[in-house]
Design a protein around this ligand. Sequence first.
Ligand code: ZN
Length: 457
Amino acid sequence: MIQLYNSLTRTKEEFVPIGDEVKMYVCGVTVYDDSHLGHALSSIVFDVLHRYLEYRGYRVRQVKNFTDVDDKIINRANALGVPVEELTDKYVESFFESSDGLNVRRAEVHPRATEDMAEIIGLIQRLVDGGSAYSSNGSVYFRVRSDPAYGKLSGQNIDQMLEATRHEMESGKEDSADFAMWKAAKPDEPSWGSPWGVGRPGWHIECSAMAFKHLGEQIDIHGGGMDLIFPHHENEIAQSEAASGAVPFARFWMHNGMLRIADGQEMSKSLGNAFNVKSALEEFSSDAIRLWILQSHYRTNPLLERELIAAAERSMRRIRMVAEIESDTSDGTGEPVEFREFEERFTAAMDDDLNTPQAIAAIFDLVREIFKGRDAGLDVSGAVESIRELTGVLGFTLQNPPDRSGISDDDVEELIQKRKEARDNKRWDDADAVRDQLIEAGISIADADGKTSWWRD
Ligand SMILES: [Zn+2]
């Protein structure tokens, strides 16, 4: 039995899908910049959920959207002097490159808001027709106080929420709590025709419309970061349920935690460029990044620190070594290493609201058994196969990390020879320049007994 924590009920509940396919919607990125490790966290968590549900025999249909019309996008495009579509195309592609690099599988559908405009406008029309929304000066607002259940996800009442977000009373709104679903066009902004005049959709309505279109009006799991609970998810619930009457819109609301940094540091500075996913992948393997993230439970806030990812990289080596020992030991003569109990521990942990830290502990314990078994001449082939399967559920590739230095062993040897010649001829500056070049490439050297040894950091 799989139990998942449901943010809506604030309890762990048995997960049973409504139909024969798990319908899962995850809020995607706003495409105006490259993905950073905060995005990676959410992608990896829901990728693991997707993989685990399949491992447990479910069919899954995941939808993850792109917000490709938004103030941030428009401002960025204007600042760069490029058309909005050129900017969004570029960052949609960048998102996929980062996700592929992290071994995050694609969702079944990655809809873009601008491509589902008919559904967005249709949904707003339904809400206007039903009386829960109204148009005013070319914009359309959701009448928040028409929904007695508003606030059920975040557990607050409307006035507390207004207090927290300092809602400004905009002209045209009936109530400061109301939020825009359609925004009348301003000059130099992308806009679409609608029954209320030209304009563009608000952010919240996009997700409701795209979930309806690609999954249906009631879904099994809705995911996203904890920072989206209010107002985004609260508003999605209000709109979706008011339009369809199907309550709840999503049976399970799942929220991942947010990256955390050590006191006194800034998020982007604590890792420098490596905060950007593509740069991080030049330095670390996807396995290391995934292991670092999955060693924390998804509802906690993992600490963002270079040393923790580097430590995960070292830990991954042990698993990779196991994956490589299969062929030279499975001569079939020894007793097989018992691995079922470790698989059971893995499944029990994952069934318990995706407890990846415990699932990973079970994997490392099995790794230890395999090393012991190999040394004792046992047959480890079944256990190794099990390691491959379980690590696959967590999305590990077990491939060796990228060669960070981009420098081959032969190149290193050649440079060391060059340095020796420079030293022999007392060209100390040349010798130092070669040493600096090696250090830059991540190669450490040590001179002893007239010989130079080297290793990769
Ligand atoms: Zn969303």
